[in-house]
Design a protein around this ligand. Structure first.
Ligand code: CP
Ligand code: NVA
Length: 327
């Protein structure tokens, strides 16, 4: 049977998604308490995970390599100048060949169709490590971070009723975060300048995540940052200029002026008293002021560390050891 892949959070049911987040939390605790069972530390013994990256990366590369190493496997990093991917060889040929020799492929690409095509022809699970449309590993880490900052007493993640405000570009990181919010009953309000909002097809995908969810989170959209911030528990942003958009830098800096997250903006917008700040990184000063980024409200460094536990869980849980069964 064909393996199951992780292309975006929309591939997961809400139960599967919250299980991934919970399991990431459990593994984090076990490893930190030096109580990781041998079943964890030898889970990938003798297995190679191919990491095909056509774009730069700090967190995704380091977390994936570290996670695979901690599981006893071998992460094989293949940068864009190392292999023939899409340049001198078709995605089809590359996928068939690499999947015949490895246990999993983790790929960072431009167009989402590139990683989707790798998955389509692969005999092993493929994990999307960022495409122009989605960043599922980031969203798993982000929900681990949110659940740590807003702990619940129940057995589930217990995040129902929280509100996230996304202030900035409607991009890959947002699309999976918003899908995760809908699935977890977290409301998400997005403020983007005119022309930088959520494309129609993506809005459809995000809102369709509500299907089968008891009390799904609601998505709202505005061009006014203050409106999105009203009553928010978490303020989130990302770069205004994603990889591949470098030539639009000047135009984008102009379009996003007034969108920088500052204490003043949060206050004016009426964020909740205990509001927190998140950012997937890398960060630039234009999208968030130092006074917020380096403040006690900021979750950015635990959020980055949580990429490790997200990578471990994604590699382990459904995608390598269980050949596609997320438990
Ligand atoms: N957040 C994130 O994916 O960072 P990198 O681009 O450094 O991997
Ligand atoms: N939106 C950013 C995320 C980087 C992790 C980009 O695509 O470059």
């Amino acid at each position: 049977s064909s393996p199951r892949h992780l292309m975006s959070i929309s591939d997961l049911t809400s139960g599967e998604f919250s299980a991934l987040v919970r399991n990431a939390a459990l593994r984090k605790q076990a490893v930190k308490a030096a109580q990781a069972p041998t079943s964890l530390t030898t889970a990938l013994t003798g297995q190679t995970v191919a990491m095909m990256f056509s774009k730069r990366s700090t967190r995704t590369r380091v977390s994936t390599e570290a996670a695979v190493t901690m599981l006893g496997g071998h992460p094989m990093f293949l940068g864009k100048d190392d292999i023939q991917l899409g340049v001198n060889e078709s995605l089809y040929d590359t996928s068939v060949v690499i999947s015949s020799m490895t246990s999993c492929m983790v790929a960072r690409v431009g167009p989402h169709s590139d990683v989707a095509n790798l998955a389509k022809h692969s005999s092993v699970p493929v994990i999307n490590a960022l495409s122009d449309d989605f960043h599922p590993l980031q969203t798993i880490a982000d929900f681990l971070t949110i659940s740590e900052a807003f702990p619940s007493s129940g057995t589930g993640l217990g995040l129902n009723g929280l509100k996230v405000a996304w202030i900035g570009d409607s991009n890959n990181v947002l699309f999976d975060l918003a899908t995760g919010c809908v699935k977890m009953g977290v409301d998400i309000a997005v403020a983007s300048p005119k022309g930088y909002g959520i494309p129609d097809s993506m809005r459809q995908l995000i809102t369709s995540a509500a299907q089968g969810v008891d009390s799904p989170g609601k998505l709202s959209e505005t061009t006014v940052p203050e409106e999105a911030i009203q009553g928010a528990d978490v303020l989130v942003t990302d770069t205004w200029i994603s990889m591949g958009q470098e030539s639009e830098k000047k135009k984008r800096l102009d379009a996003f002026s007034g969108y920088q997250i500052t204490s003043e903006l949060a206050k004016r917008g009426g964020a909740k008293d205990g509001w927190k700040f998140m950012h997937c990184l890398p960060r630039h000063a234009e999208e968030v002021a130092d006074e917020v980024f380096y403040s006690p409200r900021s979750l950015v460094f635990p959020e980055a560390e949580n990429r490790l536990w997200a990578a471990m869980t994604a590699a382990l849980e459904g995608l390598v050891v269980n050949k596609g069964r997320i438990q």
